[in-house]
Design a protein around this ligand. Sequence first.
Ligand SMILES: [Zn+2]
Length: 298
Amino acid sequence: MKKIVIGILSFMFMLTGCQSQDKEAPVLTLTKSRVQIALNDTFDYSLYIEKASDLQDGDLMDQVSYSDIDTSTVGKKTVHYSVEDQAGNKAQKDLIVDVVEYVGDLINPITAQADIVENPDDVTVLVNKLHEIPEGWKPDDLEKVIDCSQKLRHEANQAYTQFYQAAKEKGIEIYTISGYREPETQQLYWDNSVKVFGQEHAIQYNAYPRRSEHELGLCVDISYTMDGDRLSEKVADSPLGKFIESDAYKYGFILRYPQDKVRITGYGYEPWHIRYVGVDLATQLHQENKTLEEYYEG
Ligand SMILES: [Zn+2]
């Protein structure tokens, strides 16, 4: 009898002992690591909490606290989420929120605060209206593409040549329109567009200097024709457009600005613009139907 009592007592001690020694932090996960919100919009903090739970305390979704951000000014802000279990163990996660001005569905790059990318040489680098190429950076392995004097970086060009030849073998018309662009040229395009057509037009149709993938030497605009408006939505319905959709990833290219992802990429639909990211990443993005933004930022 005495043994049983001692047994029960020590078992109870073990239980309470375990509880008081809860050193395991809760799990806190967010659905995204970076999001964009329009200037003056109300930010829905709870929308991005995916999971908050603790081994001891169970579900903690209601206990998550977060810091406020001011959406009345544009810029890159950070929301700090945190949750604490009963034993005082804490978990924290940050969400970057770009408060941006929209022109229609597109981010206004003039007022947007962009990060300067640290890996412009990497073929998987993310460059967009919120990620900028460092000033003075230029690729050092450019070479001419197969059918004209436009240029691409060596690795991208090798892949493009294979893609081009595969299209030709299928009897598909393919013409290179635009590859690498010097930063100075991009600046000129932008300035001219603003001057001649106005800011709104430039935002719609031109990339902001140092935030264009064309300055990376990893993307190329292609068309099925050399006549008339070569880069139009007609490219999508052409045999070339369909070949891009079905086969570009096999060569390491992605359709960078899809029709249904305008809000995510910040760019209008461009069925002619393909970007080299390497076969592995291109295949993954193709299978998961993701843009580069979604790959990096959820
Ligand atoms: Zn392009």
